[in-house]
Design a protein around this ligand. Structure first.
Ligand code: SF4
Ligand code: SF4
Length: 170
């Protein structure tokens, strides 16, 4: 009896993510240094950087399209400092964002961030004036406090490719 084994052909996602700006992803050796300092890991996302990079190397497209963690990156740059293989995990994360957007898989976290930038000028806007005052810290200047700055931010968003995605607040 003959058996036919079907092997699903997976995309070369290393090349796709590299072309989107995540050139270092093929160099990741899963050492975990980036995870030990990354706020995305600390707040408990399932697949913080090194895990997602493994999925890139394995060609697991569906996980990459649906995982929210790239949108939780706060661009602190800690991972770049500690990576011994010159991967630049931060750039790979941003390439993964582009990958999701190109696949029209825009996670609610991303919609929320874009909506917040449109409404307040900040992806994450924390009303922390009371706490700052308690510790004797000065007020922070903020786009949200200047109607003119906020209008400019909204105009930029409306004239950018983001407006084509239909996720700007109406
Ligand atoms: S520190 Fe660099 S090599 Fe190590 S897991 Fe993170 S990305 Fe991969
Ligand atoms: S830049 Fe992003 S991925 Fe890198 S440590 Fe900071 S939050 Fe994590």
């Amino acid at each position: 009896m003959k058996y036919v084994v079907r092997v699903e052909k997976k995309k070369n996602l290393v090349k796709v993510i590299s072309d989107l700006g995540g050139e270092g992803v093929s160099k990741c050796i899963q050492c975990g240094s980036c995870m030990s300092v990354c706020p995305v890991t600390l707040i408990g996302f399932d697949h913080p950087n090194k895990k997602l990079f493994k999925f890139v190397q394995m060609g697991e497209e569906e996980v990459l399209l649906s995982d929210p963690s790239p949108w939780a990156c706060v661009a602190c740059g800690r991972c770049i400092e500690v990576c011994t293989q010159d991967v630049n995990p931060f750039s790979v994360y941003f390439a993964l964002r582009r990958f999701q957007v190109k696949g029209f898989r825009i996670h609610p976290l991303a919609r929320e961030a874009v909506g917040s930038i449109y409404e307040s000028g900040h992806a994450i806007f924390v009303e922390n004036e009371v706490e700052r005052e308690k510790f004797g810290l000065p007020k922070v200047s903020s786009a949200a406090r200047s109607e003119k700055d906020l209008e400019e931010i909204r105009e930029i968003l409306k004239s950018s490719a983001i407006s084509d995605l239909g996720i700007l607040p109406r």
